[in-house]
Design a protein around this ligand. Structure first.
Ligand code: TYC
Length: 111
């Protein structure tokens, strides 16, 4: 269905266009949420990089870029997910930070 190469339906054209061209999709896409990491003065840069690699599947290079963005701009997006996955990522981030006694803050907002 998301094939960018598919041809548009043609009214009166090849067969099924008349029935399908006004049909609504039956399944709504779930709303997506941005997971945001906030800067602070105490959490070590290296910890943030390792967290981004571990919990958000980033490469070392990407994690360093995102960490530096957060460090200089105040916050940044770690990923965009359906609500329940975003909630899990936030919880895992806060758990890992607290376990290591860092004050790192993480939140989510509708994308
Ligand atoms: N500002 C922190 C430092 O200088 C590094 C840091 C980056 C902390 C990103 C949190 O979300 C963060 N050690």
């Amino acid at each position: 269905m998301n094939d960018p190469h598919r041809k548009p339906h043609q009214p009166g054209g090849a067969g099924t266009g008349v029935i399908t061209e006004n049909a609504k999709p039956k399944v709504a896409k779930p709303p997506l949420y941005k997971v945001l990491l906030l800067n602070d003065d105490y959490t070590p840069m290296e910890f943030v990089v390792h967290l981004l690699m571990q919990l958000f599947n980033m490469s070392q290079d990407k994690a360093e870029q995102v960490m530096l963005h957060i460090h200089t701009r105040g916050l940044g997006v770690c990923g965009i997910f359906p609500r329940e996955i975003a909630e899990t990522k936030v919880r895992q981030t806060l758990e890992l930070a607290r376990k290591n006694q860092h004050p790192l803050q993480c939140t989510m907002e509708k994308a």
